[in-house]
Design a protein around this ligand. Structure first.
Ligand code: ZN
Length: 117
């Protein structure tokens, strides 16, 4: 199980089943956020606790993804697709012991759109 929270603790999440890996992407936004994503964990395994109005949203380009950040502490917690059910949770916000040992895979989102490992 992976548990995490933004810095101020307003937003919390839990992923019941550990993923095989976390994703570090080099695209224009991911490299700036330095996120470690878990992409679309099965719905029943993900709990995202977001109080009403607790996030601001950033979207760019074709506006297909909404990046959510805590309005209080600014941590980027997740993104959600605006067109389908895809979601990714930022496990940089996870408790270190919960993600210890989980492989980090590097994705070339800036270039060839393929794994770099
Ligand atoms: Zn916060």
């Amino acid at each position: 199980m992976i548990r995490g929270a933004c810095h101020c603790g307003t937003i919390t999440f839990r992923i019941e089943e550990n993923p095989d890996f976390l994703v570090e992407c080099n695209c224009s936004i991911c490299r700036r956020l330095a996120a470690w994503w878990v992409h679309s964990p099965p719905n029943e395994t993900l709990t995202l606790n977001i109080p009403e109005g607790a996030t601001d949203v950033y979207s760019y380009g074709d506006k297909s993804l909404a990046f959510h950040r805590c309005t209080s502490c600014g941590c980027v917690t997740h993104w959600q697709s605006l067109f389908d059910s895809r979601i990714a949770v930022n496990c940089r916000l996870a408790y270190p012991k919960d993600i210890k040992g989980i492989r980090i895979r590097h994705f070339d989102g800036a270039g060839r759109w393929e794994w770099l490992d």
